[in-house]
Design a protein around this ligand. Structure first.
Ligand code: NAD
Length: 509
């Protein structure tokens, strides 16, 4: 049941159907999976969940399609991704509707997620003409030493609820131009946007005359994900989600000598130094910590502030948090939408209780909003908690908008605090001191995969490689040379002389 401040579930269901219709998709009604919306917390549709045997057929089909796709010239493979990018442009608004309906993102962030998909398609099309290998100076006369990059096989993509479409496109656009075929197992929380993305790729394939089997969608829960993980016909498992998931998936893929690319949890920090421009830092901090209702892997979770400015920074942050508009993510002006489930809100409550037990003080937020309008939904007030030290709860990722504030005296201590967590995804420093900025980016600075200066921890561009170290899993996706994870390298020596010369001056016969 919803009140006047939130759209009703029926209206959201209509809007979802309209968006799916625009993408040419009819939901596969049936049993096994329920599409829900965190806006009201209620069910939208019951869907047919992919069975184990259907998943097997999908893997067989993708493996079959690989045989011709791998020899299709890469620029021609880029043609499929170009067409997908065109369709994403045309349907950006409806796709964003589905992201908001299923993941609860506010309008501009949902549109931004689809923009990211368009951008990675552009990137991948360019890349389809740049899958360069090296020519290497041979030590032998009349020999050429070179490396080539070849398609790898079937790429299994497992994705999380919070970037339900963009993470798929990072993997799929790259994998397809690299000559791999893709089997996608999205989060069970976001089947509708998955159907729309997959439907548009099917349409793109039809438009450019490519078999649809280059991509298959598995709408299912974790068991089918496990099936994909254990299947030796799947050459690469690219899995995005919690560290718990990665801890299970990594060893299982390794046990069959498959390749894995893991993008797991983060516990990201920003350091605020005495020279920081607070006019710039404060909005950066609020966006990174409270944006997306704290449900980004790059969400700012730890603020490490110099003790001389900590009171001022905290006071201004608390004032900003009190004004944050929380509610309907479709409504103009809303900055914080719902958490994905009521369980996520419970985990947030638990973490706040633990923080207090560990000596913390909740300075803002932590309450629940709109509980009467939508009892099944979970609208949480983003929280700020001042902590005496980096205790156990601070070192864990709670996927909710909690910002722990710690203080430091000297910059080495700040860097040590930044690095003293199990995760290593994103980090940033706000400073006008060049030595501090460079030190933060240096080998003995931040140990994260992403380290920023004078911006927050979230909101990466697709051009850079995305991912992190330690319990974040070590994988890199998206830009730079992340494409190499989707290909295999062949090193070739060609002897064009009439002599057989052995390497390392070895004589034989
Ligand atoms: P989750 O780990 O619960 O699920 C992620 C996906 O893994 C889902 O599709 C799920 O069905 C599947 N899965 C879970 N266990 C599995 C198993 N044993 N075998 C195979 N598949 C399995 O994560 P979530 O709640 O959907 O997403 C939030 C988490 O994802 C956070 O920890 C966040 O930091 C992380 N995340 C990381 C990145 C990144 O790039 N590093 C990006 C987005 C989200």
């Amino acid at each position: 049941m919803t009140g006047t401040t939130l759209p009703g579930t029926d209206a959201l269901r209509e809007r979802a159907l309209a968006a799916l219709g625009a993408a040419g998709v009819t939901p596969p009604y049936g049993e096994g999976l329920t599409a829900r919306t965190p806006i009201t917390g209620e069910a939208l549709f019951d869907l047919h969940a992919t069975t184990a045997s259907e998943a097997d057929e999908a893997i067989v089909a993708a493996a079959g399609a690989f045989r011709t796709w791998c020899t299709t010239p890469a620029p021609a493979r880029g043609g499929l991704v170009r067409r997908l990018g065109e369709l994403l442009r045309v349907h950006q608004s409806e796709l964003a509707d589905l992201v908001t309906i299923e993941a609860g993102k506010i309008r501009s962030e949902a549109l931004g997620e689809i923009q990211e998909m368009i951008d990675i398609c552009d990137f991948a099309v360019g890349l389809s003409r740049q899958l360069y290998g090296r020519t290497i100076a041979s030590e032998r006369p009349g020999h050429r030493l070179a490396e080539s990059w070849h398609p790898l096989g079937v790429a299994g993509v497992i994705s999380a609820f919070n970037f339900p479409a963009a993470v798929w496109s990072w993997n799929t656009a790259l994998a397809l131009v690299c000559g791999d075929t893709v089997v996608w197992k999205p989060s069970a929380a976001t089947p509708l946007i998955s159907l729309a993305c997959s439907g548009l790729l099917d349409r793109a394939a039809q438009d450019v005359g490519v078999p649809r089997e280059v991509h298959r969608l598995l709408l299912a829960g974790r068991e089918v994900g496990e099936q994909l993980v254990d299947d030796s016909r799947v050459a690469l498992i690219s899995a995005t989600g919690s560290t718990r998931m990665g801890r299970e998936v990594g060893p299982r893929v390794a046990a069959r000598f498959g390749r894995s690319l893991l993008e797991l949890g983060g516990n990201n920090a920003s350091i605020v130094t005495p020279s920081a421009d607070l006019e710039l830092a404060l909005p950066g901090i609020v966006f990174a910590a409270a944006g997306t209702a704290g449900q980004r892997c790059t969400t700012l979770r730890r603020l490490i502030v110099h003790r001389d400015i900590a009171d001022e920074v905290v006071e201004r942050l608390v004032a900003a948090y009190r004004k944050l508009p929380i509610g309907d993510p479709f409504a103009e002006g809303t900055l914080v939408g719902p958490l994905i489930t009521a369980e996520a809100a419970e985990r947030m409550r638990d973490a706040l209780n633990r923080a207090e037990a560990e000596g913390g003080k909740v300075l803002a937020g932590g309450g629940r909003r709109l509980a009467e309008d939508a009892p099944a939904a979970a609208y949480a007030e983003p929280a700020i908690v001042r902590m005496p030290e980096q205790t156990a709860v601070v070192r864990a990722e709670t996927f909710a908008p909690i910002l722990y504030v710690l203080t430091y005296r000297d910059f080495d201590e700040a860097i040590a605090l930044n690095n003293a967590v199990p995760q290593g995804l994103s980090s940033s420093v706000f400073t006008r001191d060049q030595q501090e900025a460079e030190r933060f980016l240096a080998a003995d600075g931040s140990d994260c995969g992403i380290s920023n200066v004078n911006i927050g921890t979230s909101g990466a561009e697709i051009g850079g490689a995305f991912g992190g170290e330690k319990e974040t899993g070590g994988g890199r996706e998206s830009g730079s040379d992340a494409w190499r994870s989707y290909m295999r390298r062949a090193t070739s020596t060609v002897n064009y002389s009439s002599q057989l010369t052995l390497a390392q001056n070895v004589s034989f016969l």
